[in-house]
Design a binder for this molecule. Structure first.
Ligand SMILES: Cc1ncc(C[n+]2csc(CCOP(=O)(O)OP(=O)(O)O)c2C)c(N)n1
Ligand SMILES: [Mg+2]
Length: 788
């Protein structure tokens, strides 16, 4: 860690004021000055910004080191933009276009904002916890020799106090305690207000206890220097002040000096008479707003005193809307100052009309050199960091041998083979799982590569020579990060490890395993990881009712639909081991490709007979979402369209029906997600130029072209006549495949799972849920009956 520098406190205070002005002005401009084309409220959170400008000034212009990374609470986004504006790394144009298309985003976004954003935020709680996992990834990289000591940094989260209600934060600190995470500063903007109202009083002391019991240092910054001094001089006043509820305190801040006086007179009488005499109403209001989170001396001293690597929670007391007319009002969360209020604020802050965007407006000649020096010296990276990609060669992944195998077992085998073969890719893989390592077939990999912990942890069972198939010793070199059962943590771990290239310059290949139904448990964190363009391989297994005796609680139905609607995540659902090997190779390539994405493999424990291949022609189709496993005849009346674990039923039905149904085809779908994307992209591409990564049109030709290349799914289905019927079947919600009928207008009889499963043998369940040969036969008959 760098030694704290001596900072000019007055210059910092000036910057605090500048941030307050620029952030509220940016929001005001978007709502009241920029023309509004659709009449929708633009919005923004002036009170949430004003609450933490001092904290952010102290952090960015005093405390941050060059390697430190910050997650800014979503509604503080405009303050981050103001900081970069002062540093010259944010444009006025982007601020003027705040919340507009292509402008500064409402909430800090790694991928959409032009300033360097270390972690996106928006869904409260997730940006906080991801810093903990990023710190763990930093330790992992250091332990593996990929990060030098001098390149290590601290991970800072700026947190709203109501954000502390999010349970994922506590799941994270429990996991962090197990891994002894370090180098974290979590700074709570403790304004005691949430969105709806003031927050509950009783929680405050509990937060201390919870964090301390997880090994954190808790630093409370309750008072600024002036207020501390005044309260220390008058014990009665101090006790009275400390007993005010959150709601009372906020109301008093809103009502101002005269009401403070009235209350103190009424409740303390003589005990505060001298104090009141020394302070007029204005002085009273100013004194009582001198809370720790607004006092630059208090903040900088607290940051300077926490230079070791102990994870630290700062609870900085603040006032929501500090310095604004609605300061402390319980309804101020989305409150916007009106033009009259804004003009008054401008006057009071000394900003000249017409000079609102001037970065150093209001700073006089005497103060200017100090402020400029502080900005100049500010050590945060001003440029958006380039991302690190394309460095690892992905070898050909051999297909595991075996006439009958499940995709889950094949996954374990492929990883084991990769591990044994060694090489750069194998060394860069880091696996993680929320207590389902063994049951998702990661065990053999872990036996080879070991668990990761800073410091050795012996496998007691092995030492005692107790027979076990699973080695469970941990060391610095291990490549598996075992998590407790908290799926949200899994996705945050994948998010952090999947950003290792961006955050630390070394790309990792993170693989996370869990049971398919429990994706839903961490879904928002998964979405969050994808939103940040983190790259990882998610292996969800087992899946569907195919895990028979496990019953409905463990059977997944809708994840293929989730994947169909999830940007940044490619779903593959293989039936055979050779498909899986090709998909894993593709997944590793996509992780390391700037234009790639993350991958979700939905696997099964059902051992199925592998098909004989005559050549490799299936492979390209399988990677694009589907291929004809049995080509249809020229005048085919129908085709079976099957995905994943139910392929044996589809193949058997095809054998049985091929005589009676001329030309019957069997289409193996490996990714409804890719097929659907290709279909819509082909249509969009006909009318619009392609969109770039940020969702804007590129200059590439393509718009308005009359011809368009058919998508993969259109090419596949055009092998059938327009009147042919499709019988779709998947161990998932039937809507995963039934949409295929919309591509060329062919009729569909969809089979799949629509009700919660129950326990049973495969034969029982497939019969009950209509996934068996009989169901396929009657569905084919259904489409033929209507064959025109
Ligand atoms: C997961 C999630 N739920 C709800 C919201 C909507 N929301 C945005 S801010 C907020 C209250 C935040 O209060 P606090 O964290 O105290 O922030 P501050 O007072 O500093 O604005 C809520 C409920 C959200 N952004 N994310
Ligand atoms: Mg709050």
């Amino acid at each position: 860690m760098l030694k704290p520098v001596t900072t000019d406190i007055d210059a910092l205070k000036t910057l605090d004021e500048r941030l307050r002005w620029l952030s509220v002005w940016t929001i005001h401009h978007a709502n009241h000055i920029r023309p509004n084309s659709d009449g929708l409220k633009v919005g923004g959170h002036q009170a949430s910004c004003a609450s933490m400008t001092a904290i952010m000034a102290a952090l960015y212009f005093h405390a941050l080191g060059p390697n430190d990374r910050v997650a800014v609470k979503p509604h503080g986004g405009p303050v981050l933009h103001a900081i970069h504006y002062l540093l010259g790394s944010q444009s006025r144009e982007a601020l003027e276009n705040f919340r507009g298309f292509g402008g500064a985003q409402s909430y800090p976004s790694r991928t959409k904002d032009k300033i360097p954003v270390d972690f996106s935020t928006g869904s409260v709680g997730l940006g906080v916890a991801v810093t903990l996992f990023a710190s763990l990834v930093q330790d992992y990289l250091t332990a593996h020799g990929w990060l030098n000591e001098q390149d290590r940094g601290r991970f800072v989260a700026l947190i709203g106090d109501a954000e502390l209600d999010e349970g994922n934060i506590y799941e994270a600190i429990i996991e962090g305690a197990k891994h002894d995470v370090k180098n974290l500063w979590w700074i709570v903007d403790y304004n005691r207000q949430s969105l709806d109202a003031t927050s509950a009083d009783r929680m405050f002391e509990r937060f201390d206890e919870i964090f301390r019991s997880c090994g954190w240092r808790v630093v409370e910054l309750r008072y600024g220097k002036r207020l501390q001094h005044a309260l220390d001089a008058n014990g009665a006043l101090k006790s009275w002040f400390e007993e005010l509820s959150n709601a009372e305190l906020s109301a008093l801040h809103y009502q101002g000096g005269a009401v403070w006086r009235k209350r103190i007179e009424a409740e303390l009488g003589k005990k505060a008479a001298a104090f009141l005499k020394e302070h007029d109403d204005g002085a009273l209001a100013s004194l009582f707003t001198d809370l720790g989170g607004h006092c630059m001396e208090t903040l900088t001293q607290a940051f300077d005193a926490a230079q070791d690597d102990v994870p630290t929670l700062f609870i900085a007391w603040t006032i929501k809307g500090f310095g604004l007319p609605f300061a402390g009002h319980k309804d101020n969360h989305a409150g916007l100052m009106n033009p009259t209020q804004m003009a008054a604020l401008r006057e009071s802050m000394g900003v000249r009309e017409g000079q609102e965007w001037e970065p150093l407006e209001t700073i006089g000649d005497n103060a200017r050199p100090g402020v400029e020096a502080l900005l100049e010296r500010s050590r945060i990276a001003c440029e958006k960091r380039s991302r690190s990609f394309g460095t690892i060669a992905v070898p050909v992944i051999p297909v595991p041998a075996g006439e009958e195998q499940s995709t889950q077992a094949a996954f374990g085998r492929i990883l084991l083979d990769l591990s044994k073969a060694g090489g750069e890719l194998a060394d860069r893989i880091v696996t993680t799982s929320p207590d389902v390592t063994v049951s998702t077939n990661l065990g053999a990999w872990v036996n080879q590569r070991g668990l990761f912990r800073r410091g050795e942890i012996p496998d007691v069972f092995a030492q005692e020579k107790i027979a076990s198939a699973q080695k469970w010793n941990a060391s610095n070199n291990g490549q598996h990060i075992e998590l407790g059962i908290a799926e949200s943590n899994l996705f945050l771990m994948l998010a952090a490890a999947g950003l290792a290239g961006d955050l630390f310059g070394t790309r990792l290949f993170p693989i996370g395993t869990l049971y398919d139904p429990f994706i839903a448990r961490g879904l928002d964190a998964l979405n969050y990881a994808c939103y940040q363009d983190a790259r990882f391989l998610l292996v969800a297994t087992p899946s569907g009712i195919t895990l028979g005796p496990e019953g409905g609680a463990h059977q997944s139905i809708n994840p293929p639909l989730i994947a169909l609607g999830q940007p940044g995540l490619r779903h593959y659902e293989p039936a055979f081991a050779d498909e899986l090997a090709a998909m894993m190779e593709e997944a590793f390539r996509l992780i390391d490709d700037p234009a790639g994405e993350s991958i979700y493999l939905r696997l099964s424990t059902r051992g199925i007979r592998q098909v004989d291949r005559v050549d490799d022609s299936w492979r390209e189709g399988a990677l694009n979402g589907g291929y004809w496993l049995r080509e249809p005849g020229p005048d085919a009346e129908a085709a079976i369209v099957a995905m994943g674990a139910v392929m044996p039923e589809a193949l058997a039905a095809w054998e049985e029906l091929r005589e009676d149904v001329p030309g019957l085809g069997l289409l193996a779908v490996t990714s409804p997600d890719l097929l659907h994307r290709g279909w819509t992209a082909a249509q969009t591409g006909r009318w619009h130029p392609p969109l770039d990564f940020e969702g804007r049109g590129t200059s590439e030709a393509g718009g308005g072209a009359l011809e368009r290349r058919p998508s993969h799914v259109e090419r596949l289905l055009s092998a059938l006549p327009p009147q042919a019927g499709l019988v779709t079947i998947a161990d998932a919600a039937p809507a995963s495949l039934s949409w295929l009928g919309g591509v060329l207008g062919q009729r569909v009889a969809p089979l799949g799972v629509e009700k919660f499963g129950q326990t049973g043998s495969l034969a029982d369940l497939y019969a009950a849920y209509r996934l068996d040969g009989d169901a396929i036969t009657s569905a084919v008959a259904e489409t033929l009956l209507r064959f025109g």
